[in-house]
Structure formats: structure tokens, C-alpha cells
Design a binder for this molecule. Structure first.
Ligand SMILES: Nc1ncnc2c1ncn2[C@@H]1O[C@H](COP(=O)(O)OP(=O)(O)OP(=O)(O)O)[C@@H](O)[C@H]1O
Length: 244
């Protein structure tokens, strides 16, 4: 995927300004930055959930507005945004297949096999019938990753998959993601801290108040250049034409 010079406004306020992000096959890139710096806004723009007012986003070479092959892209939203009470692990993973089924057709054998494969891949095959709410933080994230993997995507976009996950489980998740990357999956991952992902990543970008702050890998996401923040006051936004 390639995002170049992206501008996004939400509720009339400029949020992202001139942000670029490139991720190739088998590459893992982290999006870092402090609270409210625009990380979620960027990854939501990449998967078409936020409208882009300026710049371009291309998925597999196609402009976002023309892109239709959504089964090639897996998205793991922020954990807190998933509000399920009684669904089982299997049901949640199976829901990832829904957009790709023909209307009014029961699950085909291929759908069931894809769900089973995804659960196997994330090490939760034996938890398929468990209620999602009974899982640990790490297992919940594995379930959401399995859901995103159920369509065998080539690009996986994850918004803070380590939030609420203990350190031991974070290492397990990092191993899982390293394996996916080695299999050729492109990874975009929003992180607060590099933690065990430091070993897995090819690159990081850091956002500071909606702008790109640094292309080098920092050890802390709190590094936010005050110079950049000063120049990104609301009102200084100068969106480029085109994009959408
Ligand atoms: N729908 C919206 N309307 C207006 N402003 C919004 C909207 N969604 C997010 N924002 C604002 O955009 C800014 C960036 O939010 P975003 O969620 O992208 O940041 P973030 O870096 O992911 O933060 P966090 O690490 O806390 O999740 C914040 O100031 C937030 O309040």
C-alpha cells in the first residue's frame, strides 16, 4: 500500500497533514505517536473508513476510490471498539467472511475451512466454542487477528493490537505477526511502544499532532518535536487538491 501526502479532516477539523506511509509485500511498518496524534485516523484512511481530502492512497497499485478487492485487506480495529457479549470465538472469526459471501447463502465448506484455518494459525483452534468475553486480552486480540485473516488477506492493518495485552502474550503475538510477515503478508500496525515488535518491524513512522515527525525508529512514542506541533496549529492546514 502507498499513502502519499495524505490530508484528513474530521468534523471540520484538520487531523492529518501531508502524511505518507508505504508498505510492501512481506514488510512490517509501525505507526507510532502520542495520544491523539492521528494514528487511528491514518490507518482508518488506509482501509477506506476515513475520507481522504488530499493526497493519494493506493492499495495494490489501485487508487483507493477504485479499489474493490477488499478480501486482500484485513483490518483489526481497536480492541475497545468491539462490543460483543455472547458471541463465541468461532462466530467472531466467521463474521470476517460475511462481506465475501453471496447473499442468502449458508456458509459453504470453503468458509468453514477458512475460519478453522485462521483459528489454527493464531493458536486458538481449541477455543472455537468459547465465549469471546471469557478470553484473556491476548486471546481476544488473536481472535480479532484470526477474523481479519479469515479472507486470506495480503495486507493486515492493525490498530493497537497490544492494548490491554500482558507482556508475555505480547511476545506471543509478536511471534505470530513475525510468522505472517515471513509468509509474505504486509503489516501496518499502530503501536504505543515498540516492545517485542522491535524485532519484527522493517520501519516505523511517528506522528506528531497529525504530521509525520520522524522516519527513524524512536524508542519512545512520546518524542514529539515541539517545532512541528507549533507549525501544525489548526488553521495552518493547506490541503492539496485531488486524492479523495
Ligand atoms: N470523528 C471525529 N471528529 C472529530 N475529531 C476526531 C474524530 N475522530 C478523532 N478525532 C480527533 O482526531 C485526533 C486524532 O485521533 P486519533 O484517534 O487518530 O489519534 P490516535 O493517535 O489514534 O490516538 P490514541 O493513541 O489515543 O488512540 C484526536 O484529536 C481526536 O480527538
Amino acid at each position: 500500500m502507498a499513502a502519499d501526502g495524505v490530508y484528513v479532516s474530521l468534523g471540520g477539523l484538520p487531523i492529518l497533514r501531508d502524511v505518507s506511509l508505504h508498505v510492501g509485500r512481506g514488510e512490517a511498518v509501525a505507526v507510532l505517536g502520542g495520544n491523539g496524534s492521528g494514528k487511528s485516523t491514518l490507518v482508518r484512511a488506509v482501509v477506506g473508513l476515513n475520507q481522504v481530502q488530499g493526497g493519494t492512497v493506493r492499495l495494490f497499485g489501485q487508487p483507493l476510490q477504485d479499489f474493490r478487492q477488499w478480501s486482500r485487506v484485513g483490518y483489526v480495529p481497536q480492541h475497545s471498539s468491539l462490543n460483543v457479549s455472547n458471541a463465541t470465538v468461532q462466530e467472531i472469526v466467521a463474521s470476517g467472511r460475511l462481506p465475501h459471501r453471496r447473499p442468502f447463502r449458508w456458509f459453504r465448506r470453503a468458509d468453514r475451512a477458512a475460519v478453522a484455518d485462521a483459528l489454527q494459525l493464531v493458536g486458538l483452534a481449541d477455543r472455537a466454542k468459547w465465549p469471546f468475553r471469557s478470553l484473556s486480552g491476548g486471546q481476544k486480540q488473536r481472535t480479532l487477528i484470526a477474523r481479519a485473516l479469515s479472507t486470506q488477506p495480503e495486507l493486515l492493518v492493525m490498530d493497537e493490537p497490544f492494548a490491554g495485552v500482558d507482556l508475555h502474550s505480547q511476545a506471543g503475538l509478536a511471534n505470530l505477526l513475525a510468522g505472517l510477515r515471513a509468509d509474505g503478508l504486509g503489516l501496518v500496525i499502530v503501536l504505543h511502544e515498540l516492545g517485542p515488535m522491535a524485532e519484527v518491524l522493517d520501519r516505523t513512522i511517528t506522528l506528531c499532532d497529525g504530521r509525520l515527525a520522524d522516519h527513524d525508529a524512536p524508542t519512545s512514542t512520546m518524542d514529539c518535536d515541539p517545532e512541528l506541533a507549533e507549525h501544525s496549529e489548526i488553521g495552518l492546514l493547506d490541503p492539496v487538491a485531488g486524492g479523495e
